[in-house]
Design a protein around this ligand. Structure first.
Ligand code: HEM
Ligand SMILES: [Ca+2]
Ligand SMILES: [Ca+2]
Length: 302
């Protein structure tokens, strides 16, 4: 493996604490950066590996691809990079800053802490067309599993990592189709939505209302990193179609149940597994040595 814990302990001993305090400062004035940075790291790792390709500015870069239009927190990475270049010029990669910031974001929302192996290089390629690797919110469980397995992640990693939806929000545009005219029978809504939850979601996202309005992915606990997301799935209160399907498909349902500590099943600790699966995800396609570079500015290749 190309990465290791403490990669900067000699070359830039303050690297991790600089990232942490930068994320903290931004989080205090704008808590939405926490889910933003967690999601950004995921979107980075699934396209060209964890190499900060998602941060590159320009026409037809990953940033411009549909699934990445809602990403937030770029300013946090830029801020940390500026401070790191002052402290240790040319040493800390943008890919590592993003991996560390994702972990720090989970800690700030009361989630688990874990050691992040570092030593990633930054990539030189960023193409909008590569973003098709990313899972979509209408994907079946089979397709979700395939997309994760193509990155070396199994079904347990899938359920665990999608549990990242325990924090953050979605725009109405990504789930409103489930609330109206989804079926031609019944009340027209996706039948997997709990009937008592449906009017709640409809009130938040009226049929002809603002498609960019944001709604918590983990109703009642969108600012806290906890296992509540999984109880919401059990109760038919998943917001995204792809999330609710984790409870419909038998293979992933068992994993959700294990996170919920259902009697008779081997329990899984969401906190412990999340750290483990994040380390796996953050090692996807890591570039080392001459394969990449240490960018001077995170939004542009050198
Ligand atoms: C099947 C896989 C996944 C699908 C289909 C999916 C889809 C989505 C969608 C549609 C949104 C709303 C985006 C918006 O409104 O701009 C979202 C938000 C989010 N996703 Fe995922 N996601 C998946 C997996 C993951 C994973 C693995 C993580 C992290 C480990 C993650 C973390 C997040 C976070 C934190 C948010 C909230 C972002 C914010 O509030 O700014 N997602 N996801
Ligand atoms: Ca990448
Ligand atoms: Ca939560």
């Amino acid at each position: 493996q190309a990465t290791r814990v403490g990669f900067y302990s000699k070359t830039c001993p303050r690297a991790e604490s600089i990232v942490r305090s930068t994320v903290q400062t931004h989080f205090r004035s704008n808590p939405t950066v926490a889910p933003g940075l967690l999601r950004m790291h995921f979107h980075d790792c699934f396209v060209q590996g964890c190499d900060a390709s998602v941060l590159i500015d320009g026409p037809n870069t990953e940033k411009t691809a549909g699934p990445n239009l809602g990403l937030r927190g770029y300013e946090v990475i830029d801020d940390a990079k500026t401070q790191l270049e002052a402290a240790c010029p040319g040493v800390v990669s943008c890919a590592d800053i993003l991996a560390l910031a994702a972990r720090d974001s989970v800690v700030l929302t009361n989630g688990p802490n874990w050691q992040v192996p570092t030593g990633r290089k930054d990539g030189r390629v960023s193409l909008a067309s590569d973003a098709t690797n990313l899972p979509g919110f209408t994907d079946s469980i089979d397709v979700q599993k395939q997309k994760f397995s193509a990155k070396g992640l199994n079904a347990q990693d899938l359920v665990t990592l999608v549990g990242g939806h325990t924090i953050g929000t979605s725009a109405c545009q990504f789930f409103r189709y489930r609330l109206y005219n989804f079926t031609t029978t019944g009340n027209g809504a996706d039948p997997s939505i709990n009937p008592s939850f449906l009017p709640q979601l409809q009130a938040l996202c009226p049929q002809n209302g603002d498609a960019t309005r944001r709604v918590g992915l983990d109703t009642g606990s969108e600012n806290r990193f906890d296992a509540s997301f999984f109880s919401n799935l059990r109760n038919g209160r998943g917001v995204l179609e792809s999330d609710q399907k984790l409870w419909i498909d038998a293979s992933t349902k068992t994993l959700v149940q294990r996170f919920l500590g259902i009697r008779g099943l081997l329990g899984l600790s969401f906190n412990v597994e999340f750290g483990r699966s994040m380390v796996k995800m953050s090692n996807i396609g890591v570039k080392s040595g001459t394969e990449g570079e240490i960018r001077k500015v995170c939004s542009a290749i050198n």
